[in-house]
Write a protein that binds this ligand. Structure first.
Ligand code: AMP
Ligand code: MG
Length: 466
């Protein structure tokens, strides 16, 4: 349970968790619900960008399949190479890429060869054509311009037959797709796509198209969260804005938990919040309410919601209800080529819950710091978070030890070629324009104090995450 996991954290204090403790907790929590990993599907390599490998990909062949030439030039036996004089060889044939030369090359002979062509039997070295002097059928190789085995690629040098070309848990990028294709594999086994449901809470939150009203704000969190999820290749289930009303909240939480692997909400978790969000989380789930020692983003609710809670009412997913309709139209599986479903006993019984604060910047920062790594783990990815960059601060920053601060930063290359970082100015947790200007977050760690001009600070670059 959430309480047991939390209690296992060293120095657990729900009123002051460190960012590191939150991530530790989430690792444990994800591992306790991650049974859905057994659900895998075989899809075309062309469709697999961003997907996570469910199995090791073993190479059914050597890549490259044969020793071949890395250059256009002349292939010869390095035993013919004179150490202290130029070498003259007679050209006896031509090897093209995709069309091997099958003759036998005797002593003192060489074969004209193109890049990628199979090395003729017995030859081990290629001299690039721009290095040689050619007269009729005779090639003269100047002394010292080539060493034995130069410009020969070995069979299996990229990937050896039977070796693990890519380990399970790899999230496929463009290079991964190319590597799998180079093995001749048209399809690949991957974990199914994760599904995440999101809704905004708060009576003051307006949907696009609603008439503006005093004291109300347009819902931006729904758009930042859906974009952040899309960057992870996650299927997004949009449940809109849910008002501060127990019936609406219950049906949103229950519907979300049944359809999704994780539920994200924003708003309604701050202290003294006079709403039903926290009460409903408590009723339907196993949830911890924390104050995290960080800025922005102090309040958070984290835990799990049962997929079939006791209080589940008939008709919540009725096709006729507006919510039910939205869920059905948004929550479908893609039409996949092949699926292996886990036995029911191994299907997830709970959806993870991330109750994020309402402030737009706090939502993005807590997503990047906590939700993203947790979702990657839930997806089956074994990747470690990208390393933080070190950049010199061009400005002083005030910082109190005892909490982690994430300042929106702009990293650039200084005139002397060093990485430097400045902040985007106002660091208010509602200032979303700061996230647009920034290309990373300056991470001021838990124990760190003030930063002086010229100090080196850590930066979490947005890179492909935003
Ligand atoms: P809360 O955490 O609910 O107290 O919200 C903190 C602040 O974030 C308030 O000013 C809210 O109006 C604002 N807020 C909450 N939800 C959203 C949302 N979905 N989009 C934009 N702002 C929001
Ligand atoms: Mg609120």
């Amino acid at each position: 349970s959430v309480d047991e996991i939390a209690a296992s954290l060293q120095g657990y204090d729900p009123q002051a968790l460190s960012a590191t403790q939150v991530n530790e907790f989430l690792r444990e929590l994800v591992d306790s619900v991650a049974f859905g990993h057994e659900i895998t599907e075989r899809i075309a390599v062309a469709d697999s960008l961003g997907r996570v490998l469910a199995n090791d990909v073993l190479s059914p062949l050597n890549v490259p399949a044969h020793d071949n030439s890395a250059m256009d030039g002349f292939a010869f036996d390095s035993q013919d190479l004179n150490a202290d004089a130029s070498t003259t060889l007679a050209v006896v044939g031509t090897a093209m890429a995709g069309k091997a030369w099958s003759g036998v090359c005797g002593r003192g002979h060489c074969v004209r060869i193109m890049t990628g062509a199979v090395m003729p039997a017995g030859l081990d070295t290629v001299v690039p054509h721009e290095f040689v002097a050619l007269s009729g059928d005779l090639v003269s190789i100047p002394q010292g311009c080539v060493k034995p085995t130069d410009n020969r690629r070995l069979a299996g040098e990229d990937i050896a037959l039977g070796s693990v070309a890519l380990p399970k848990g790899t999230r496929l990028g463009p290079a991964g797709l190319g590597l799998i294709a180079s093995l001749g594999s048209p399809t690949v086994w991957v974990h199914r796509r994760l599904k995440v449901a999101y809704f905004s809470t708060g009576d003051e939150v307006l949907s696009l198209g609603d008439a503006p009203r005093e004291g109300a704000v347009y819902d931006s969190n729904r758009y930042t969260v859906s974009g952040l999820l899309a960057r992870l290749g996650i299927e997004y289930i949009d449940l809109g804005v849910v008002p501060d009303d127990p019936v609406a909240l219950q049906s949103a939480f229950e519907g979300a938990a049944v359809l999704a692997d994780a539920v994200i909400t924003s708003g309604g978790v701050s202290v003294g919040e006079a709403d039903f969000t926290k009460a409903m989380m408590r009723e339907l789930g196993d949830v911890a309410f924390w104050k995290v020692a960080m800025r922005p983003g102090r309040p958070m609710a984290v835990g799990a919601i049962a997929k079939h809670p006791k209080g589940a009412r008939e008709g919540v997913f009725d096709e006729k209800s507006a919510l039910g309709h939205r869920i059905h139209s948004l929550g479908r599986y893609a039409n996949d080529s092949e699926r292996q479903d886990a036995p029911a006993s191994l299907q997830r019984s709970h959806a993870l819950l991330f109750g994020l604060p309402g402030n737009p910047v706090a939502v993005m920062v807590t997503f990047l710091a906590f939700v993203r790594p947790a979702l990657l783990r839930l997806m089956g990815s074994t990747e470690s978070p990208p390393p933080l960059l070190k950049a010199q601060s061009v400005e002083a920053m005030r910082k109190k030890p005892g909490r982690t601060e994430y300042q929106r930063g702009v990293v650039s290359v200084s005139t002397s070629g060093q990485l430097e970082v400045k902040t985007t100015g106002s660091q208010g947790s509602g200032v979303l324009s700061s996230m647009v200007q920034a290309n990373g977050l300056v991470v001021l760690h838990h124990d760190q104090g003030h930063v002086a001009v010229g100090d080196v600070v850590d930066v979490m670059m947005f890179d492909g995450a935003i």
